[in-house]
Design a protein around this ligand. Structure first.
Ligand SMILES: [Zn+2]
Length: 226
């Protein structure tokens, strides 16, 4: 793994981070922390999510990430919390992330790789997360967040959780990968859920998780004395 670094949250960190997300006053912040932790969506996928991506069938919820979507510019038409509906968007459409894509021909967001358009089922036991998704789907036409503000909310959550580290959307994506590995998902299953272009990252999640659990056992039983 090169570039961004591989820094998934550890088990105890996941717990306090999730508690902080549940306790946040701003429901959009709660949604950001919890949905990214439980889906491993990329920042760009999350901040371009539209209500029609959230689908329900027989009480089961899922997120369908399309190949292309209209980009409403992250902050959208009027900015979150702007009750007078002034146009606060000075960045124009599409957002800078979509605008900078070399192959862009229109105001569309496009998913990262060929394997990125996918279906992500939401665990039905995550009832309050599903309620939050439903609340957003009914009340919003887009997520009032830019790429930067997603990471801002996560940074605030990490602080509120007392984690003493930065947490980005990409860290939560890696964290979700390790959560799947811990539940014995195969590399191919992990690849499908996270939309990876290759099997390399899923394999890394599995190796990392196995090593982390060996470390935990050694810590607990003091293997030197066996
Ligand atoms: Zn965009």
């Amino acid at each position: 793994m090169t570039g961004r670094g591989f820094k998934p949250l550890k088990l105890d960190q996941i717990q306090v981070f999730e508690e902080a997300a549940k306790d946040a006053d701003n429901p959009i912040r709660t949604l950001t922390g919890r949905l990214l932790l439980h889906t491993g969506m990329r920042n760009g996928e999350f901040n371009h999510m539209r209500p029609w991506w959230v689908l329900e069938k027989n009480g089961n919820y899922r997120i369908d990430i399309p190949r292309r979507e209209e980009c409403v510019g992250g902050a959208g038409e009027a900015g979150f919390g702007n009750q007078n509906q002034f146009d606060l968007s000075d960045r124009g459409k599409p957002c800078s992330k979509c605008r900078n894509r070399p192959h862009r021909e229109d105001n569309r967001w496009t998913c990262k790789t060929r394997s990125s358009d996918r279906t992500i089922p939401i665990n039905s036991e995550q009832e309050d997360l599903i309620d939050l998704l439903k609340w957003w789907k009914e009340g919003y036409d887009y997520l009032p967040l830019s790429h930067r503000s997603v990471n801002y909310h996560l940074k605030q959550l990490a602080e509120e959780a007392g984690l003493n580290r930065k947490v980005t959307a990409h860290d939560l994506r890696h964290t979700h990968g390790t959560m799947l590995a811990r539940m014995d998902w195969t590399a191919v299953q992990i690849m499908d859920r996270l939309g990876h272009g290759s099997i390399q990252m899923p394999r890394k999640y599995i190796t990392y998780t196995a090593q982390a659990s060996r470390d935990l056992v050694e810590e607990k039983y003091d293997m030197d004395n066996l």
